[in-house]
Ligand binder design. Structure first.
Ligand code: 5RP
Length: 224
């Protein structure tokens, strides 16, 4: 089974948590796209839900699939949110932001009563850090911020797309910071967040209640 099929299993399973009249936080990424496709089918069958999106891409796809989307400032809370991850450890700490939507994804997960993370099994790790931590920074003084971030013990690389800096939906840049396995933890997030110029980090703590993991043979659900 391909990794895409495992993502599909996880994404479709997450839809079983969604009930009528819920307001749902919509994460971003290829695994979330599978969830959206299944949710779109359910909406066309009559399920009444409203989505709040974590990215311009997700909002576009959700609308194309017939899922109503409203802005985050129109809600005080979300019934649940479904999002992907780049790594998830045994404590349910995550690295996110491979798609560059980490700031909005974090804001959405923080608002959700139930936070559901969907991954394929290759993303379940004992220790975080093989995947470089995405750190969103301001374009202003980005080279200075990069030096500050490097001082925490990583090799930050400015993310690019088509030869120019990748720009997030918030108009910021991303540094991909390779710390190494075992070096990524909630304390590192706190240190990075104190740096002026750092907007948000891709280290997500206490932002997963349920992890749905798609694998070759089945799909598993773990609760925190
Ligand atoms: O954090 C994210 C985007 O900012 C994604 O959820 C994460 O990168 C996983 O993506 P995919 O499901 O495509 O593997």
């Amino acid at each position: 089974m391909t990794s895409e099929n495992m993502k599909r299993r996880a994404g479709e399973k997450a839809v079983t948590f969604i009930e009528d009249k819920m307001t749902i936080g919509l994460g971003s990424g290829t695994t979330v796209n599978w969830m959206l496709k299944k949710l779109g089918e359910r909406v066309r069958e009559g399920l009444n839900v409203t989505g709040v999106s974590s990215s311009v891409k997700t909002e576009k796809l959700a609308r194309e699939l017939g899922i109503p989307v409203i802005g985050i400032d129109q809600v005080d809370r979300l019934d649940l949110a479904v999002d992907g991850a780049d790594e998830a450890d045994r404590n349910f700490t995550l690295i996110k932001g491979g798609g560059g939507s980490l700031l909005r994804e974090k804001m959405i997960l923080e608002l959700a009563e139930m936070k559901i993370i969907i991954v394929d099994y290759s993303k379940r790790v004992d220790e975080l850090g093989k995947f470089p931590v995405p750190v969103e920074i301001t374009p202003f003084a980005w080279e200075k911020t990069t030096k500050l971030v490097a001082g925490t013990g990583c090799r930050p690389e400015l993310r690019t797309a088509d030869g120019v800096p990748f720009v997030t939906d918030n108009g910021n840049y991303i540094l991909d910071c390779a710390f190494g396995v075992g070096k990524v933890n909630p304390e590192l997030h706190t240190v990075l967040k104190t740096m002026t110029g750092v907007v948000e980090t891709g280290i997500f703590t206490d932002l997963a209640d349920v992890i749905v993991t798609g694998s070759h043979h089945d799909v598993s659900i773990e609760r925190r």
